[in-house]
Each structure stands twice: as C-alpha cells, then as structure tokens.
Write a protein that binds this ligand. Sequence first.
Ligand SMILES: Cc1cc2nc3c(=O)[nH]c(=O)nc-3n(C[C@H](O)[C@H](O)[C@H](O)COP(=O)(O)OP(=O)(O)OC[C@H]3O[C@@H](n4cnc5c(N)ncnc54)[C@H](O)[C@@H]3O)c2cc1C
Length: 433
Amino acid sequence: MERDADVIVVGAGFTGLAAAQTLMDRGLSVIVLEARADVGGRVRSFETPDGTRRDAGGQFICDDMPEVMTLVREARLEMVESRWKGAAKTVSATPSRRASHRDNPLSARMEAADPADPALAGLSIADWLDEQDATEEAKREFLSMVHGLWCLPADIIPFWYLVDSDRRNTADVSELQYFLKDSAASLADALAARLRPHVFLSTPVSAIHRDEHHVIVETVRRQLTARHVLVAVPPVRARDIIHHPPLPEPLVRALGCWRSGAVIKILLRYDERFWSPEVSSGVSWEDVSGLYAFDVSQGDAHAAFVVFVGGPLALEWQARGAAFIERTVRERMGALLGDNAPEPVDVILHDWTDDRWSGGGYSDVIVDAEAYDAEALLRRGVDRVAFASSELSPSFPTYIEGAIVAGRLAAGRISDAVNAEDEAPGAGLKRVR
Ligand SMILES: Cc1cc2nc3c(=O)[nH]c(=O)nc-3n(C[C@H](O)[C@H](O)[C@H](O)COP(=O)(O)OP(=O)(O)OC[C@H]3O[C@@H](n4cnc5c(N)ncnc54)[C@H](O)[C@@H]3O)c2cc1C
C-alpha cells in the first residue's frame, strides 16, 4: 500500500509540534493534521489595537521548565520577566485583610500526601478538605486554588489525582516567572515553521482505521495512510475520534474518565502602570473562588493585568454573559487598584469554556476515583495508534512544558517501534522520504 508518511500526527498543539519535530529529527516523514486554522492549540494569541501580540491561552514559563526554555533560546524569542514572585495575596471584597497563599498549611499537607495511600482512595478533594483540621479561611483559599488551577468543582476531582499531578510539577521558582514578548504562540509558530509544508490546517480528523501494517486517517477532505498515528489531542477530544476496529475496552475506559474544565482569561490594558508595587504581583479574592489577577505589564510600557476566572465561577459568569463579566472585572480591578484608578483602555475576554478543540480549561482532569491506570494505558496506546497530550506528561502535566515532554516521549516510542519493524526479518517496509 502507498503511504503518505511514516507517521501522521493529529493536532498541532505543543504536544503534536514537539512530537513531529522529534520524529523528523529521527529521519521519519511526518504529516501533521490540525483542526483549527492555526497551530498552537491551547496556546493562542490575539492582536491588541496597538499592534501588540498578546496571549489568549497558555502564557507563562519558568527557568525550571527545561524543554520550553531550550526552544525559546533556539528560536531567539524575547522573554519578559513577570512581576509575580510566587506569593499571591488574598484580598477581601474590600481589600484590607491580606494573607499569603504560601502560608496555607493545607498546601503543605497535600504535598506530603502519597497518591497511592489507601486511606485516600475514593476521596474527592472536597471530601479531603472536609476531613482537615484547618481554619475556614485556609479551606476557602485552598478551594480557590483548586478551582483556579483545575477549573472543575472540587467534589468531582479525586484527591489522589491532585496530589499526583502536583508532584510532577517540580518548579522551585515561580511558574509565572516569564512570558514571551510576542506571546507563547510565537514559539508555536517557530516550531511549525520548521515543519512546513507538512502541517495541514483546518483539517480535523474524524476516524482512524488500523490493520497490522498501516493506519488510514480520515479527514473531511481525504484519507491519508501511514505506518503509525499519534493522537496529540487532549483526552476528551481524543474520544471523539472513531476507531476501526474499536479500541480495546480498557483504552475506551481510560479515555472516558476525563472531563474538561472551564476558564475565562481577561486582559485589561491601561495607559500607564499607575499602581503601586504593593498590588502588582498577583491577587485572588476572598469572597469568590477561582478568581486571580496578575500584572502582565511589559516593563513600564504596555501596562496590563490578566484576570483568570476558573471552575464553577467561570460557568456561573459565562451564563450571565460577557457584559456582566466585563463590568464585574472592571469593578473588582478598580477597587483593587485604588479609588482614583483610571478605567482600563480596553477589556479583552477569551472564554475557553466551550472550546471545540481543546476542552474548556487549562487541561482535562481525571474525574473517576478508580482510574489510577488511565494515564499509563493511554501512554501505552494500541498497535499503530499512540496517544499524547500535556495531561499525560510525567513532568509538568497540564503545562506547555508537559506538552513538549509528552510529545517527545511518544515520538521516541513510535520511532523505536518503526526501527524494530524495519529490523525484523523480512520486514521489507521502506520509509517514505
Ligand atoms: C487560558 C489558558 C491559560 C493557560 N496558561 C498556561 C500558562 O501560563 N503556562 C503553561 O505552561 N500552560 C498554560 N496553559 C496550558 C497549556 O496551554 C496546555 O497545557 C498546552 O498548550 C497543551 O498542549 P497540547 O498540545 O497537549 O494540547 P492542545 O494545545 O489542546 O493541542 C491539541 C491540538 O489538537 C487539535 N485537535 C483536537 N482535535 C482534533 C482533531 N480531531 N483533528 C485534528 N486536530 C485536533 C486542537 O485544535 C489543538 O490544536 C493554559 C491553557 C489555557 C487554556
């Protein structure tokens, strides 16, 4: 059978782009099929009226993320050091009482927990919080962190999953240390530029057929044939793709135990950076759960705050409409920045909650308390069909760094499989160059 490539990669987020690059570096021919009209997935940019490129999705990186930092250096992209130093302040509705998230004893208890501890089996984060001897304020703050970062209600996320994911985030410095001057999407563009003309945009994959030697990947426009396929899309989106023959039952189960969250990202631009250093690092609010704001000014120019609304609050605000969200955020930022704070130049909102191709949050989250083996099963995949996404990374899952790591690891497994096939007696398979 004629083949279009050795490997077809479905999805041009950082997982797919990093995987495609690794496969090509190992001498394999690759085609990348992307549903959207641009690359980057959950990393996306938009242009502000002054011509600046800003992040609508994934943005922050740090020195402890080696893969992404290497790519940034290779692409010679300019980084901006953020002002956030890792000590988010909680402000009450009237911003007077303040406390630091870092001091929350519940964070230390979570870090000390063992995800395999039988005593934690079946507990949701909400159940675990109920059992904790801590102040209401500490519990509220912890819950806000969960809603803000995991973008789902705490009573449906298994506590072991939180502990396990948190352990794989090994940053000692603030994760919000830097962002790219021209947006993280400029890094996705740089990666994709190396892969052109092998990236096909606006080409969603609907079905994958596999037999002993090939895969046939179906898109709306045509069918493509390869030796292997890598499904580099988040788990919830991966289960939309139809497989012939059907995937084995354990794999169907492993894909079925995830849920997408909800997050809204809002940029408020100001004429100048008028606020005092006291409020500039990062804040959350005491009276609502899952609301955070960070200073993303570039030096003293391009003065701006970014506000994240995550989890149940994002769904509630979304239902009340964009005008409500904009008004509420303006009011809260006004109160935070001082009575005489000028109005922002503009308020630009990106609502990810119903995103067609990436789910609605920073990441999909396991919501089945029994699904301890789901990630391992997906990483293993099935003959000729591999799965990868940031969620499945052994390090920094749910971050851009995790996507690159997951993509590279999956590419390594596929290229090893191709080499083993080529070396098998009587293989007779030729690579497509
Ligand atoms: C608002 C927001 C803020 C974030 N902030 C940060 C941050 O500051 N720092 C950080 O490190 N991370 C951040 N993240 C998370 C980070 O963006 C993701 O972890 C990472 O980009 C995921 O990459 P991925 O390639 O695994 O998945 P995705 O980026 O989702 O890529 C999957 C790709 O597959 C495509 N696709 C899906 N289905 C199909 C199909 N059937 N056929 C073809 N293509 C398909 C999608 O269009 C998409 O392009 C943020 C995410 C969001 C949403």
